[in-house]
Write a protein that binds this ligand. Sequence first.
Ligand code: PXL
Length: 282
Amino acid sequence: MKDKLISILTIAGSDSSGGAGIQADIKAADLCNVYASSAITAVTAQSTSRVNRVIPISERDLRAQLDSIIEDGYPDAIKIGMTGSPQNALAIDSFLDKATSIPIVIDPVLSSTSGADLNLQQKQVISIYNNRLFPKASVVTPNLIEAAVFLGENRDMFLDLDEDGITEIATRFLKMSKSCGVVLKGGHLSGDTVTDVLACYDDNGRVQTTKHSSVKIDCRNLHGSGCTLSTLLACELAKGSDYESAFHKAERMMNNIIERSIGYEYGTSSYGPLNVNNYLTR
Ligand code: PXL
């Protein structure tokens, strides 16, 4: 009797520098001993310092990848990163209609670590997230800056929030998005502590929140950390964990990965990639 591999499908962009996007997702899945199939939404030409080009894949070619992947069966969870264009966001939306009852993690990527827009017609992509994709998600994983955009708020106000403040924003995002769960990432907070908050519903339909706080680690290798966290979550959900255990497991792994990347550097930017395998080999 052979063991069936646990698998996720990542639908995301390629990062030529190797730090974020599909490249980060596959490394993170591997770390969890989970198999990853991948559908590429866009090719980005970027170094560790800047994004030079964003080349969305055509909707037809994205659909062809998705249809080919499911010829081998459905994955145990789906992770969605950068969509690249409104057309691709809509293609993903119709694909998700076939993938009911599979955990879906949506990382609503709008811009790169260096600040470049990663989608064509960003406004339309934002409205597809709000109206179509978020309501289909098990967990949406915005950072504070993305949360401010989706909630139509001023981002500077969000960066000084305390733990109660970030918990309140996670709850607001949960209700606005109509998703089943939200992990709001507090990495951009100005203080010495980073707090991430999970907001989801209990069996009685009441919002419950859980936080994970850690001392901010003085580490510049954070390119790809958002992609990595959402993939770790997807892998834990693929293994059958509930939201709360998946959240705590993914958060603990992230802390370890970030801590262990401190002694390494790569590239010319002051920001380097998070390289998850440092976790294993050091
Ligand atoms: O970290 C966000 C992100 C997601 N996806 C791709 C990226 C980046 C950041 O650079 O390149 C493809």
